[in-house]
Design a protein around this ligand. Structure first.
Ligand SMILES: Cc1cc2nc3c(=O)[nH]c(=O)nc-3n(C[C@H](O)[C@H](O)[C@H](O)COP(=O)(O)OP(=O)(O)OC[C@H]3O[C@@H](n4cnc5c(N)ncnc54)[C@H](O)[C@@H]3O)c2cc1C
Ligand code: FES
Length: 506
């Protein structure tokens, strides 16, 4: 096993691993950008799994939909997923029954189970080669058997295929686990590309403005649409909708290990620790994918996340090697249920799909089913639990806590921060100084080049924080991220973090 990440923030030298997801090794067939103003029934903004599936289900019903994607299909969060297709979303069912009642919990359970069937149907209908496999999914615990037993009871009440077990193919003993049979895994980008090739998609086309009458302005041209679906991962219209006080983002880290020997041959199923600090596992061909180290984007209290994964890999799969490593983030809702439906009561022709809480494979399919039903006027029996209008009484405490974090961060942007001197910033490190009267983030590379970024987040002005795991500037409020030049990596910000001047040390 080679060193993945050193304290100085540089990657290990020997047989350098690749800091990108296992899934983006596949060839993507690029699509043209918008070249003229167009008209359509439905414009779907965002070419991730949620957007592409929505456009597909609409097309299957004879509705003309176009997808507008600012990068390339799957180039957002979807390329970095673990790609487990399951209705077993941690220990969610007891929580749902308690917090929302049995009817809403049933809607959630049944819609996610149906999503698995819908994947099977689409893959078989279009003969998609995406390494789709039906497998059991497990949530395990190393310490608290009772919580697993409670979850088995809750899941069985909702008609889910839950089994209590202590048998797994993990390289350590678990105290207890809940198993759901007939779940699935796949290669997300092979699937997405195959579906996208059947649709009208404009890549490298960034939406910059939306008007209530259905006019969408992009950096390439405009689109007139009867209905609009916002599937941009984090919704970018702040008002109405107010998603910025109803969502935060969480990051997690993943590695694909090769050379796992017999442990790979024996490995079967998909696994997640019920403890949020625990690990996730699945297999893909010759790799075991191992992940963990979740934290709120922009907040780093935990030890280095990649080092934790590397240590775990060394312990459980001795002799293995990290071939790929990457990270990802997802939008989290206070009640752990996505927002799917009308964007707001004031926008009757705009829909949203967001807040998948790290379960966006089934979540995207559920949102595609609900939104395509709503647009085509069909009844949908699951939509109530997902309505973005819900009061979220069960999540009020969390909501207030999130709002607290946001206001603290907004305030501290305007406090007088002690000036670090450039010389105090070591090679491969970052710090914050005052530069031209502005609080400025500085990254110094190993060749003594300095990279400056305005640390005021262009979304709503929170203070960006340095992420030493990934050498990015991250926003703790809603999770926008920027590289060392200030170029935007993740929304909801709509532009770069200004000020990417680079100067050589004299
Ligand atoms: C570590 C980790 C592991 C995960 N593993 C799993 C798993 O095993 N199973 C599971 O079910 N879920 C998993 N998830 C969650 C899942 O990956 C996501 O929920 C899902 O991929 C989100 O898809 P999306 O379409 O909403 O977003 P995206 O894939 O990000 O798509 C949104 C698209 O919108 C585009 N866009 C943004 N702004 C604009 C604009 N202004 N104009 C045009 N286009 C725009 C972006 O470029 C992007 O391509 C995981 C998440 C994490 C963090
Ligand atoms: S203020 Fe919202 S992402 Fe930064």
């Amino acid at each position: 096993m080679t060193i993945l990440w050193k304290e100085s923030g540089t990657f290990g030298e020997e047989g350098r691993e690749r800091g990108e997801s296992l899934w983006i090794q596949e060839q993507h067939k690029p699509k043209l950008g918008l070249e003229k103003d167009i008209k359509t029934d439905v414009a779907v903004i965002g070419g991730g799994l949620a957007g592409v599936l929505t456009a597909l289900l609409l097309k299957q019903r004879g509705v003309h939909a176009v997808v507008l994607e600012c990068r390339q299909v799957g180039g957002g969060i979807t390329k970095n997923t673990t790609a487990k297709i399951t209705s077993q979303h941690g220990l969610i069912y007891k929580k749902l029954i308690t917090g929302k009642g049995e009817q809403r919990a049933l809607e959630y359970a049944a819609s996610n189970q149906l999503a698995i069937e819908k994947y099977k149907e689409i893959i078989s209908k279009y003969n998609i080669d995406c390494d789709f496999e039906m497998l059991p999914n497990y949530i395990y615990t190393l310490d608290d058997e009772q919580k697993i037993m409670d979850e088995v009871d809750a899941a069985l009440r909702l008609g889910l295929p839950a089994v209590f077990t202590r048998e797994t193919t993990l390289p350590f003993k678990v105290k207890a686990a809940i198993r759901f049979d007939n779940q699935a895994q796949f290669h997300p980008i092979k699937f997405l590309d195959a579906v996208a090739n059947r649709l009208d998609i404009y890549e490298n086309t960034r939406v910059t403005r939306i008007y209530k009458d259905g006019l969408i302005v992009t950096d390439k041209g405009s689109v007139n649409a009867r209905k609009i679906v916002i599937a941009t991962h984090y919704p970018f219209i702040n008002v109405p909708g107010y998603y910025f006080i109803r969502l935060h983002q969480e990051r997690s880290y993943l590695a694909a290990l090769e050379g796992c020997g017999k442990a790979l041959d024996d490995f079967r199923g998909m696994y997640l620790d019920a403890d949020p600090d625990g690990f996730t596992f699945r297999k893909y061909k010759e790799y075991i994918i191992l992940g963990g180290g979740s934290h709120r984007t922009g907040k780093y209290h935990a030890p280095d996340s990649y080092e934790r994964i590397e240590k775990a890999a060394r312990q459980w799969y001795p002799g293995s090697r990290i071939k790929y490593y990457w990270s990802n983030q997802d939008c989290m809702t206070p009640d752990s249920v996505p927002y799917i439906g009308l964007y707001s009561v004031r926008t009757p022709d705009i829909y949203v799909a967001t807040g998948f809480n790290k379960w966006g494979m089934t979540g995207s399919m559920v949102s595609a089913m609900i939104i395509s039903d709503m647009i085509t006027g069909r009844k949908n029996e699951f939509k109530k639990v997902y309505t973005p209008r819900r009061l979220m009484l069960s999540g009020t405490g969390k909501l207030l806590k999130d709002a607290g974090i946001i206001s603290v961060s907004l305030l501290s942007q305007h406090l007088n921060i002690p000036h670090d001197k450039l010389k105090n910033i070591g090679r491969g490190e970052a710090g914050v100084i005052r530069h031209n009267g502005k609080r400025t983030g500085v990254y110094r590379d190993v060749d003594d080049k300095y990279f400056f970024v305005d640390t005021k987040c262009p979304h709503l002005g929170c203070k960006l924080e340095w992420n030493k795991n990934e050498m990015t500037w991250d926003c703790p409020c809603h999770g926008s991220r920027f590289d060392i030049h200030g170029r935007m990596i993740s929304n909801p910000a709509m532009r770069d973090a200004f000020n990417s001047c680079i100067k050589k040390k004299s």
